[in-house]
Design a protein around this ligand. Structure first.
Ligand SMILES: [Zn+2]
Length: 257
């Protein structure tokens, strides 16, 4: 007997064909692929990390992807931001990336906002998501996204890349949060951004691949290997370390939950 609910979750024949190499995988079955299809995710930032992250997750079959970025494409972005070509210079990144994703996978629902995430729109954009993926280069935005995810109990996987170094971690449930790991009062205005400090073409794409991989583990299989853990990737030595971090008992974000 097929009940109405299950029918709704079924993959079409065309989707089964498209995702055949995943469904054939040991440890990744039709159920995992269906969970992916019925997942809503939000990607903050459509730069070096966001481009590769969004493309991998669209190809893999995440059901709905919301893209948020206020910036337009610049010539200096093309060295690492995989979705953009010289013809895209001057156009909005979120909109341009959305069009590309829709071409790559017409079965994925794409929404985009050519605006920054702010105190005014963060709740509406984040509260219904299954997962938020932060790949932006602004500390202020990172704290706002962390705070809003905590407020509505939305899982967050955050990646960053500067120079030849990358970081990745996950915040979920009652785990320690971004503010526990990097208290906001410790950050200064001179904190580095890749826009100011330079970044090798590969660094954000390595981190985006790891972030997308973790997103698939979480959405399809419920796995969270980096929950409350910080992965540090060093592009000089090609080594990575994973450090567990603790909850800060004085963290105002965690206390407010
Ligand atoms: Zn906290």
């Amino acid at each position: 007997m097929v009940d109405a609910l299950n029918t709704e979750f079924e993959l079409t024949d065309a989707e089964m064909h498209l995702y055949a190499r995943q469904i054939l995988l040991d440890g990744w079955d039709i159920e995992a692929q269906e969970k992916l299809k019925f997942s809503d995710i939000c990607i903050i930032g459509c730069g070096g990390i966001g481009c590769a992250l969004a493309e991998l997750l669209a190809r893999a079959g995440v059901g709905k992807i919301t893209l948020i970025d206020p910036d337009t494409v610049e010539i200096s972005n093309l060295q690492r931001q995989l979705a953009f070509t010289p013809q895209d210079v001057g156009f909005y990144k979120a909109e341009t990336l959305a069009k590309r994703l829709q071409q790559i996978n017409p079965y994925v629902q794409i929404e985009y906002y050519n605006q920054a995430i702010s105190i005014d729109n963060a709740q509406v954009l984040i509260q219904h998501q299954d997962l938020v993926l932060d790949g932006c280069d602004q500390f202020e935005t990172r704290y706002l996204v962390n705070q809003t995810c905590r407020q509505f109990d939305v899982a967050l996987i955050s990646a960053s890349a500067i120079g030849l170094q990358g970081q990745l971690f996950m915040v979920e449930g009652d785990s320690a949060c971004y503010n526990c790991l990097f208290p906001q009062e410790d950050q200064t205005d001179t904190a580095m951004r890749c826009a100011d400090s330079g970044v090798l073409a590969t660094t954000p794409n390595v981190m985006a691949s790891l972030q997308a991989h973790h997103a698939l583990l979480y959405l399809g299989l419920g796995k969270m290997p980096l929950r409350q853990k910080l992965l540090l990737w060093d592009g000089q030595s090609m080594q990575q370390r994973i450090l567990k971090f603790e909850k800060d008992t004085n963290c105002p974000i965690c206390q407010a939950r």
